[in-house]
Design a protein around this ligand. Structure first.
Ligand SMILES: O=c1ccn([C@@H]2O[C@H](COP(=O)(O)OP(=O)(O)O[C@H]3O[C@H](CO)[C@@H](O)[C@H](O)[C@H]3O)[C@@H](O)[C@H]2O)c(=O)[nH]1
Ligand SMILES: [Mn+2]
Length: 753
């Protein structure tokens, strides 16, 4: 939607306002091909199930040993169960391909006076938790990027929640509150994108030609210097772990830290650094500035703080007394705004006369700016962003995935979607009472603080019926589910220029959940559509995929080693559905990946990561969930790292896998499975080529060899990791353990009976 968008006759006093967004379906040809393909795959799945059922090992003349037969039966049953699971899971995933839709906001229409007058206040929440893992300089870049949104500043407020309760973060924010007076007018004057200073100067310095043609280069350099000086001050303070004394003396806000004993034990600290209602809150050009607030909620060892959800809930309450924006945007501290019109885009959905009133949230994809070309760790989740989410949208709305999501405030407070009441509320109702306006900043801070205290939530519905849900590391998904169950819809918007860019971990490591009382089929029964229930289940069932996958990656290779066939021979008609399934599902997934803008190597890397995740983190997530259900452990939240050694980054650039930093148990499992497959492949090939003298055509072990070969190829970086010399290699003791383990398993299997 460029400036050339359709103009509407402003004077015409129609009752109906023009619609603010369009919804497009996937094109028909594509849909038909997809569906036919799905049906053929489903048929093959059924045939495979039938084969397993029908060819259950029975005692034929050849099979004399009772004991042997028993083992084979158990193996067969395991395989059957795994195949039932995979088939069932595949059926679920079809919910994401059946009716995808794509949204397009018509942003220019917001310029109509009748819309312009109604623009709501927007509150932006930025969360940070640890000044070491999430450096203050990075945090304020995110803050600055959202302060510089193309939106009326008097209607924009930015809140930083600091769960690290760090004066370093506060100091950085204080610096940002001065710097923004230069930065915001600069952004508006030169239509800067992106509006995170560090990201902007990175992109423009590398193509300075483009930059000199449309910018006044003097102003550009002056701004760059101003930024770098500030960044330097912040980084020095961070390195020293201490705020400069003269800074401390200049701002009385630091006195709050006199009584802070530790990040886990302190009072609420709330400081309004810029109050846009204050006439002095203007930038260098005299234009108004957005409100800027620092909050570190109270932390006490005896009170559970509920991680990010707890922080968000405190922010919801505190902001309701300060700016009370009707729309809330939440970003993680490492997700800067990459597109200054995202607020306007999101508002097109909320403000649309016809459909807006039923939309609870607008989720943007999480894009990352530190991903190498072939995405070594599968961090981009390309297919999810480009294909799965439009599929969810077609089923009633995307999941809420935390960062990059615009919410209607009232839905977070637990309100039902009743169409009638919503319509009436669509007036501008963001204006605070006169008394509140007149309150001084200090008075306001003092009167609002208690909302962020630990005891405030006691005996309330916060974390349950109100606000973000507690008790689970993916609080956001649960929160989204409960919003859907209350009758709301959500919208997915994937703009051409990404709305948000974050940092994706560039080493191995991941965690997830599954089992809980929020099982989507039980919790969502009769409240949300079957399609949406299926969409949720796909993600909730990520974890239990671990067992069938592990089974499939270990048992068939060991049987190959032992010479026990588990799949039909080439000459059997049952060979066809197996081969069709293998070829078609891999082609489908490759096509999806390339379609979503990936590379072939990237797809290959994703296959590897997919295996790694399933056999390690999902396995442990499953174990952990079961322990939690039995009351044996509590939810833990590990903050993902956002900064890496230069060493690590260099290897990442070269796309060399980093094993050094992931947990030794994970690496042991990965390496052991890889080695079992390698040994089995060698053993199997020997059996086929030498012992069986190549009675080729009848080869009953062929499919097992193919599978084993595939796993070995995918795992090449693992074998390399065993022999590399750099710091990122698999640590020697892990290598030793895995080799011993894999060898002893293989040897004991081949010496059985
Ligand atoms: O006690 C805490 C712990 C974390 N955070 C913040 O929460 C955000 C997410 O944490 P991060 O370690 O970056 O987790 P990710 O796995 O990268 O986050 C993804 O997954 C989370 C759980 O589903 C979502 O909340 C996030 O929005 C989503 O980006 C960060 O800004 C943290 O600063 C807090 O504010 N308080
Ligand atoms: Mn993150």
């Amino acid at each position: 939607m460029g400036a050339s968008g359709v103009r509407y006759d402003e004077t015409k006093d129609d009752d109906v306002l023009p619609k603010l967004f369009e919804t497009k379906k996937a094109n028909l040809a594509q849909l038909v091909i997809r569906r036919l393909f799905s049906i053929s795959i489903l048929t093959s799945i059924c045939l495979v199930w039938f084969y397993r059922f029908n060819y259950f090992p029975t005692s034929t003349a050849a099979e004399v040993d009772e004991h042997k037969l028993g083992t084979r039966r158990w193996i067969w049953i395991g395989l059957f169960l795994a195949e039932i699971w995979f088939g069932f899971y595949w059926i679920l995933t079809q919910a994401l391909r059946w009716n995808q839709i794509f949204r397009h906001p018509l942003r220019d229409r917001l310029l109509l006076t009748r819309y312009k007058e109604k623009l709501p206040c927007v509150d932006v929440f930025v969360c940070t938790a640890n000044p070491v893992i999430e450096p203050p300089a990075m945090v304020i870049n995110t803050v600055l990027s959202v302060m510089a949104y193309d939106y009326p500043p008097e209607k924009l407020s930015v809140y930083l929640s600091d769960d690290g309760g760090s004066d370093l973060t506060f100091y950085a924010l204080l610096e940002a509150s001065h710097f923004c007076k230069h930065w915001i007018p600069f952004c508006k004057k030169f239509q800067v994108e992106p509006r995170s200073p560090v990201a902007y100067f990175l992109t423009t310095s590398s193509n300075s030609k483009h930059n000199s043609s449309c910018f006044n280069s003097e102003e550009w350099s002056a701004m760059k210097i101003l930024y770098e000086e500030m960044e330097n001050r912040i980084e020095t303070a961070t390195k020293l772990g201490k705020v400069p004394d003269e800074m401390r003396a200049r701002h009385q806000g630091f006195s709050e830290w006199d009584s802070v004993s530790s990040p886990r034990d302190h009072q609420t600290i709330l400081q309004i650094l810029i109050n846009s209602r204050n006439p002095d809150a203007v930038d260098m050009e005299g234009c108004k500035l957005p409100t800027l607030v620092y909050m570190a909620r109270e932390k006490r060892p005896q009170h559970h703080h509920n991680f990010k959800a707890g922080a968000m809930n405190s922010l919801i309450r505190v902001s309701s007394k300060i700016s009370n924006g009707r729309i809330i945007l939440n970003v993680d501290c490492d997700m800067y705004s990459n597109n200054s019109v995202s607020i306007r885009d999101a508002l097109c959905f909320f403000m649309d006369e016809e459909k807006g009133h039923e939309i609870a949230y607008v989720q943007f994809p999480q894009n990352f700016d530190n991903i190498s070309k072939n995405d070594l760790y599968g961090g981009a989740m390309r297919v999810i962003v480009e294909q799965d989410f439009p599929g969810q949208d077609g089923n009633g709305g995307p999941l809420y995935i935390g960062s990059g999501c615009f919410h209607r405030r009232e839905t977070l407070l637990g309100e039902q979607n009743s169409k009638v009441s919503k319509r009436n509320q669509c007036k501008t109702d963001d204006i605070l009472s006169k008394e509140e306006l007149e309150e001084s900043i200090a008075g306001l801070e003092a009167s609002v603080k208690h909302l962020a205290n630990c005891i405030y939530e006691e005996n309330t519905q916060w974390g349950n019926e109100m606000g973000l849900r507690y008790g689970c590391p993916v609080e956001d998904v649960l929160t989204g589910l409960s919003i859907h169950c209350r009758g709301w819809k959500s919208v997915y918007f994937n703009p051409e220029r990404p709305g948000f860019l974050g940092v994706s971990p560039n080493t191995l490591g991941d965690t997830l959940i599954f089992l809980s009382k929020y099982n989507p089929f039980l919790y969502g029964y009769q409240k949300i559509s079957l399609g949406l229930q299926m969409s949720y289940s796909i993600y909730c069932l990520w974890a239990p995929n671990c067992l069938p996958t592990l089974y499939y990656l270990v048992i068939p290779p060991l049987c190959l080693l032992k010479g026990v066939p588990l799949f039909p021979k080439i000459t059997s008609p049952w060979f066809v559905p197996f081969v069709y399934l293998i070829i078609s599902t891999y082609t489908y997934s490759l096509a999806d990946f390339l379609w979503s803008g990936g590379t072939i190597q990237g797809w290959w890397n994703e296959q590897r990561i997919w295996i790694f995740k399933r056999i390690t983190s999902y396995l442990f997530a499953s174990i952990d969930s079961i322990r939690k259900l039995l009351g044996l452990s509590k939810t833990a939240f590990v903050i993902t790292s956002k900064v890496a050694d230069e060493d690590v980054s260099e290897r990442y650039e070269k796309e060399i896998m980093e094993f050094g930093t992931s947990s030794p148990i994970f690496t042991t499992i990965i390496a052991t499975v890889a080695l079992i497959n390698l040994f089995s492949l060698v053993g199997g090939l020997k059996r086929m080529l030498i012992d069986m003298k190549l009675e080729a055509i009848e080869q009953p072990l062929l499919l097992q060899i193919v599978q084993c070969g595939f796993v070995v190829l995918v795992n090449l970086p693992v074998y390399q990791g065993l022999f590399r010399k750099d710091k990122g290699r698999i640590p020697p003791f892990v290598s030793l353990k895995s080799v011993t383990l894999a060898l002893s398993i293989c040897v004991s299997v081949s010496s059985l009976y």
